[in-house]
Design a protein around this ligand. Sequence first.
Ligand SMILES: CC(=O)SCCNC(=O)CCNC(=O)[C@H](O)C(C)(C)COP(=O)(O)OP(=O)(O)OC[C@H]1O[C@@H](n2cnc3c(N)ncnc32)[C@H](O)[C@@H]1OP(=O)(O)O
Ligand SMILES: CC(=O)C(=O)O
Length: 539
Amino acid sequence: MSKAVTIFDTTLRDGTQGEGISLSVEDKLKITLKLDEMGVHYIEGGWPGSNNKDIEFFHRVKDLKLKHAKITAFGSTRRKLTPPEEDANLKAILDAGVSCATIFGKSWDFHVHKALQTTLEENLAMIYDSVRYLKDNGLEVIYDGEHFFDGYKNNPEYALATIKKAEEAGADWIILCDTNGGTLPHEITDIVKDVKSKVNVQIGIHAHNDCELGVANSIAAVQAGARQVQGTINGFGERCGNANLCSVIPNLQLKLDYTCISPEQLATLTNVARYVNELANVNMPVNQPFVGTAAFAHKGGIHVSAILRHAKTYEHITPELVGNKQRVLVSELAGQSNLVFKAQELGIDFNANNSETKKIIQDIKDLEHQGYQFEGADASLELLLRQASGQVESVFEVESFKLLVAKTADQPVVSEAIVKLKVHGEEVYMAAEGNGPVNALDNALRKALLQYYPDIQDMHLSDYKVRVLDEKDATAAKVRVLVESTDFQNTWSTVGVSTNVIEASWQALVDSIRYSLIGKSRIDPAKDEQRERLGLVNH
Ligand SMILES: CC(=O)SCCNC(=O)CCNC(=O)[C@H](O)C(C)(C)COP(=O)(O)OP(=O)(O)OC[C@H]1O[C@@H](n2cnc3c(N)ncnc32)[C@H](O)[C@@H]1OP(=O)(O)O
Ligand SMILES: CC(=O)C(=O)O
């Protein structure tokens, strides 16, 4: 029978101690609901003794109807030489109105001397008094032994004495913290086993990632007998972060047969990871294990050929178990298998082993050699494949564009673009200004097409990146422009390459608009009344 491991999420507390991570009360409440749906057992909402945001969170979280998770408030043991009933942090935890408190105390004698600047005896009293006080007030108490592993390595008797004090005072859980993240897995195993033999209360692990071992150390602790893992979504946290629950949970559950959350809840992991990043305004590394977009993405032709025969050839788990999915990238490293997979995904009819497929692969390899990059430009690739298979309608043709960028003394730079297009046999000229040359081109293109394709007003550029390809050629170097566009429902990326940044941007812009228009309902230019109703005039 599989053993249960309790999941304690501290994204909202230790996670926000990570550089650049800041969550509003609204964000924290939304994340609480997501984590609850995913089935974590504890959600550490913040430190009410620290700031008003966290006080407001604890006030408002009571209105959420949570199905699984218990909300816990964080704080420290009482200040030295202060009775617990007069301690501001302990009072703030009680005022938070939670049923569970998580408090940290010192386990490392060095910290007692240097950071607290008090005696070893007073620290033991601080631990005992604080846990007892919270227990006497009816709370479940999770006691975090800060720096436990460093303390144990320096002075095992004292480190053990600190957690024994917490146990004596009635702590429900004792969590061994690798606060500085410097401990190695074999040390975690030995120390957790020793602690297990000396205390009778449930043990947990709180590991930091300073040696990139947060996940490995959490797993080692569980295998040595710990039954609670504290960590954060995507490994947010102080310095190099905390143990990443998005890796801890699937490893424990799918590889080691522990039960953390249900299989259905595990299948929401990727969604939760991406949601938290979105709210925290953080880009997820594509190669983040289990939940990253590249976690099950295959690029090398050899790999793709094999996964098409059996996914297990290059996938350690079925991606859907964690809510992720298999992807195939097309690039200069592609073989025909990549192309056939991609085409099938897009509903384009392509066969392996025919000359047409081989020619497209060669075209893609040649274009990548010139500097194009299709794995980051899904829409340009789709256009290329559709064009090659004759499945793309001509939405417009470009005759020419002109650009004027002018600067006169004391006046801001002015950018103006004129485009000449052919749409359904009609010639269209359009001029537009913009706050830069690319913006002016974009505005002119869209203005020219609006009368034929009103939906175009829903799309806009969401990202624009320029990369110099041959740095040694300085201003004569080739550049690659990647444009990301969105229409509120979909996001797509296109690419352009040229020695001229405007030309490269133009290619990417035209591809982006073409992609957006293909498949969108089009207004018949012959229907003048339709144009009139829309208030559009031909130029
Ligand atoms: C390992 C961890 O992640 S612990 C969590 C760390 N997170 C945070 O610090 C975020 C929230 N912190 C805060 O908002 C503030 O630091 C507060 C409100 C808690 C305290 O602010 P201040 O009163 O201004 O104190 P300051 O932060 O400068 O110093 C910390 C004090 O806490 C004391 N302290 C530290 N750990 C403990 C502990 N476990 N038990 C009791 N006191 C402690 C220190 O000795 C120091 O007090 P002293 O100056 O009287 O010696
Ligand atoms: C308690 C805690 O956050 C730590 O020791 O790292």
